[in-house]
Design a protein around this ligand. Sequence first.
Ligand SMILES: [Zn+2]
Ligand SMILES: [Zn+2]
Length: 110
Amino acid sequence: MRSVSFPFYKTKAWLDCRAAYLRKVNGLCELCLSHGILKPADIVHHKIHLDDRTARDPAVALNFDNLQALCIECHNSVHYGDGSGAKQKRYQYVDGKLVILGDTPLSCDV
Ligand SMILES: [Zn+2]
Ligand SMILES: [Zn+2]
């Protein structure tokens, strides 16, 4: 278990982008909303996942079209709900801090 520490998530560019995106969706989980459920988003997910290369590409990393505001449950299901055998990676809050449980080279969001 370790904290999300990928430096991208600490950059002002991302924090501004994330805040602006959350304002756009009223801070709600978009997937829940599509089912008529109003639930706060916990995570801003990148549809195209970030890696060393894409995290440096604003067209991927900071593009609203590539973002999706999700609650933890929806985020887990987006990543692992299809049972495609992806390694267990789960997000949860520990002591008020979002952490990733399991084996993760890079986190995709937060
Ligand atoms: Zn949700
Ligand atoms: Zn994600």
